[in-house]
Design a binder for this molecule. Structure first.
Ligand SMILES: CC(=O)N[C@H](C=O)[C@@H](O)[C@H](O)[C@H](O)CO
Ligand SMILES: CC(=O)C(=O)O
Length: 303
């Protein structure tokens, strides 16, 4: 299989709400257009950064549909379909296939502690539901489930598994997954703070929650890495990390901060859904400063 379409900067897509907090079709499509014009490779729709955990099945379907209507055939579209029950995950996977998504992906099941065999069964049932390629999503810091190399080996025996989005913090995990799965497989870097190191140690590509607020910087980081310009790759990663630290420094949710920055860029996609907290009070006065950090970094690497 040609996996080129999965190589590049793939932002995690954010939930787009109207002023009442309902999923907004027009705002979803506006964010699609904004990111398309930035030149990203694809979108990861309905994942952690998409607040999927707080959406009903109908809301998740709506977001998947609006993005496909806007960008199918233009960008690589990956649908995150992980849901509390296998049943709902399968419904979403089938719907993503109907909509023409390129691939589906899922976190392991959450809330209860699951054995490796239960997680294997969960992911396999999602894979069996469609003919689409599947991307494993390993994010132990939020799910509590750390994908072992043994389970990984068992999963990649299924030819539908074309990749893993690895968000665990040790970059060595990326190296081990890549060494195990080989060339005809995509390892996606998860932690945005380690994009450059992830790529150097073996990640082929990246999917990240902060890409969409600064796509220019990740596109530039990728350019430096692929050109072998490691001095500049390291510098831009440093600037990106200063920005991520600032984005995470306010009292509300990271996604609320990101959405306030996007608003100052003219992209209005509402706030976040509770229990995620909007930012408020004094913190709102800090948004312009964070936006300036991003704009300055873009200027710095542009010329
Ligand atoms: C734990 C978590 O949410 N990880 C995301 C996905 O891999 C990242 O993209 C982060 O949003 C990003 O690295 C900022 O910490
Ligand atoms: C990549 C990421 O942050 C997400 O799953 O939305």
């Amino acid at each position: 299989m040609n996996l080129e379409k999965y190589k590049g900067i793939i932002p995690a897509f954010y939930a787009c709400y109207d002023e009442l907090g309902e999923i907004s079709e027009s705002r979803t499509k506006e964010l699609c257009n904004y990111l398309y014009k930035k030149g990203v490779k694809g979108l990861y729709v309905g994942g952690s950064s998409g607040e999927c955990i707080y959406h009903s099945l109908e809301e998740r379907k709506a977001t998947l549909k609006y993005v496909a209507q806007q960008l199918k055939g233009k960008l690589t579209l990956i649908a995150h379909v992980g849901a509390p029950s296998t049943r709902d995950s399968v419904i979403l996977a089938k719907y993503a296939e109907e909509l023409g998504y390129d691939a589906v992906s899922a976190i392991p099941p959450i809330y209860f502690k699951f054995s490796e065999s239960s997680v294997y069964k969960y992911w396999t049932e999602i894979m069996d539901a469609t003919t689409m390629p599947f991307i494993i999503y390993n994010i132990p810091q939020t799910t509590g489930f750390d994908l072992s190399l043994n389970l990984f080996k068992k999963l990649i025996e299924n030819e539908k598994v074309i990749g893993v989005k690895n968000s665990s913090m040790p970059v060595m995990d990326i190296e081990r997954f890549k060494a195990t799965a080989g060339d005809n497989f995509i390892v996606f870097n998860g932690p945005d703070e380690q994009y450059v190191s992830g790529r150097i140690i073996g990640a082929d590509s990246g999917i990240g929650g902060t890409y969409a607020v600064m796509p220019e910087l990740f596109l530039m980081a990728e350019k430096f890495v692929s050109a072998g310009d490691f001095a500049n790759a390291r510098k831009i990663q440093h600037d990106i990390n200063d920005i991520i630290v600032a984005l995470c420094s306010l009292n509300g949710s990271l996604y609320s901060t990101i959405k306030e920055v996007l608003k100052q860029n003219g992209v209005h996609i509402g706030s976040v859904r509770a229990p995620l907290e909007p930012i408020s009070g004094d913190d709102l006065n800090k948004i312009a400063g964070i936006k300036a950090l991003i704009d300055n970094a873009i200027q710095k690497y542009k010329g």
